[in-house]
Design a protein around this ligand. Structure first.
Ligand code: NDP
Length: 473
């Protein structure tokens, strides 16, 4: 059985104990990963603190070059990393709309290259006979990155590349459900980075808790559930760590009365079901105007029924299994609540027989707000389609969620859609699209979806503090 190790100070750390990693398509253990401890966190923070002394003052061009070298390693090792991603997450090699392991590794490389090139120039806000005032961006120190299981490699890249670009060093903890691609990537990255700049400690809750409370860590960047985000916020208060929290979403999409259902349905299906709905900014509640309701429902159901579900390693698979048993149980329980309260199942609605955490792509009509499937984030291949008649009322419904990650408006009248979109309480709004992110567009939530943004210059600035320099004349 292949074993994956921690990396501390550039060294592979052989651990006393290893935990099993399950392939969700087979329910078989396919790898083991080192079980780290709070002592390992101490060692990693020490190594990162030591490395910070030289990495933070390294010439900008050298730091850029090192990060481009990391990005290139993702490209040259793409086949191996893709296969590991499929085995641990279940997602297909290519997947629905090409959103699969290829996109995860290829996207990680693209993100790393783009973010390596973003500059943090000194800003001059005054230069006159009285004074010159410059704003300098300084790295914070050691950054802790805590990642979830849905996009383990890509989200790690989203965290660590800007952190390192700005001059910080990193201790990374992957989800125990999906640690292996990240562990292998960090091993590779350490062949081109100075020792201690990027460390990985794998393990369970103890490791995450040790990191978020550690006095040697200056910032935590976390992607995961809102509940865990709240715990991290509490733990981080000890030494007032900075935080970027990218938490759950229950994104609403609003379809107006002027759409072409046949034209928008494929995009809606992609937005709801890519990665099996296990994406923070997937479309999770779809509100459709009554005049379009039946036609949108039937076209979506037709497309969803034809999706190819299976082992991600098999050619042509569009959706894999749900990543883990616990998540599958959440999906089943929300489906049950929809069934009990009169939901009309247009397709799917059950677990597939046999091994693997497979659940049929499911669309449920005729539910109203207040049903659990509408109000809670399923994070799986099930979506409610809700009928509305009044635009002000539906905006209220969309905004009634405690979360505020993303939202979308679908219409042939773009100007009208933008006006409605601006009324949504979300960090991002898409018009005639949903969930599409890119490396130079800030992305983050409002309300209980967290705070701080990722990507682009604004995301990079989150890994810095401002030092104002006032030069009297
Ligand atoms: P969690 O938020 O519990 O876990 C995400 C990461 O946080 C893991 O690496 C986990 O590691 C770590 N963690 C958990 N508790 C702590 C803590 N107290 N201090 C520091 N780190 C901690 O997500 P789950 O995997 O349990 O999924 C639960 C729900 O979260 C899903 O049903 C889904 O709704 C949502 N989710 C949202 C994601 C997003 O992209 N926004 C991604 C994944 C899930 P460990 O388990 O070792 O503690």
């Amino acid at each position: 059985m292949k074993k994956f190790n921690m990396t501390i100070n550039g060294q592979q750390i052989i651990s006393d104990s290893y935990f099993d990693v399950i392939n969700p398509a087979t329910e078989q253990v396919f790898a083991q990963c080192a079980k780290g401890s709070a002592d390992d966190v101490d060692r990693a923070v020490d190594a990162a603190s030591e490395a910070f002394k030289s990495w933070s003052v390294m010439a900008d061009a050298d730091r850029k070059a090192a990060l481009h070298a990391v990005a290139s390693l993702l490209e040259t090792n793409m086949p191996e990393l893709m296969e590991l991603i499929v085995q641990e997450t279940g997602k297909p090699m290519l997947g629905l709309n090409q959103v699969g392991a290829g996109m995860e590794v290829g996207g990680a490389a693209a993100w790393a290259h783009v973010n390596a090139d973003i500059d943090l120039p000194v800003e001059v806000i005054q230069d006159n006979e009285d004074a010159r005032i410059e704003l300098h961006r300084k790295p914070l120190g050691v950054v802790a990155s805590i990642t979830p299981w849905n996009w383990p490699l890509l989200i790690a890249i989203w965290h660590i590349i800007p952190a390192m670009r700005a001059g910080n060093t990193v201790v990374l903890k992957p989800s125990p459900l999906t640690p292996v691609t990240t562990a292998r990537f960090v091993e590779l990255a350490n062949t081109v980075l100075p020792p201690g700049v990027l460390n990985l400690v794998s393990g369970d809750g103890d490791v995450g808790a040790a990191m978020t409370a550690h006095e040697g860590i200056a910032k935590v960047v976390f992607t995961g559930s809102t509940d865990t985000g709240k715990q991290i916020m509490k733990a981080a208060s000890g030494n007032l760590k900075r935080l970027t929290l990218e938490l759950g979403g229950n994104d609403a999409g609003i379809v107006l009365d002027d759409v072409d259902p046949i034209a928008i349905a494929p995009k809606l299906i992609g937005a709801c079901f890519h990665n099996n709905g296990q994406t923070c900014a997937a479309l999770k509640r779809l509100y459709v105007h009554e005049s379009m309701y039946e036609s949108v429902c039937s076209e979506m159901a037709r497309l969803a029924s034809g999706l190819v579900v299976g082992n991600g390693l098999a050619e042509g698979t569009e959706l894999g299994p749900v990543q883990n048993q616990m998540q599958l149980e959440i999906v089943e329980s929300l489906a049950e609540s929809a069934r009990t309260e009169g939901g009309r199942f247009l397709c799917g609605g059950k677990r597939r027989e046999g091994k693997g955490y497979f659940y049929e792509p499911t669309i449920v009509a005729d539910l109203v707000d207040g049903n659990r499937l509408v109000d809670e984030e399923p994070f799986g291949p099930i979506v409610p389609v809700i009928k509305y008649s009044d635009i002000d009322e539906v905006i209220k419904q969309a905004n009634s969620s405690p979360n505020g990650l993303g939202g979308s408006v679908w219409s042939t009248d773009t100007a009208r859609a933008v006006e409605i979109g601006k009324r949504l309480e979300t960090g991002t709004v898409w018009i005639n699209d949903h969930g599409a992110v890119q490396p130079d567009m800030p992305f983050g939530g409002v309300k209980q979806s967290g705070f701080g943004v990722e990507f682009g210059l604004h995301g990079l600035q989150e890994f810095t503090s401002i030092q104002s320099v006032k030069i009297a004349k």
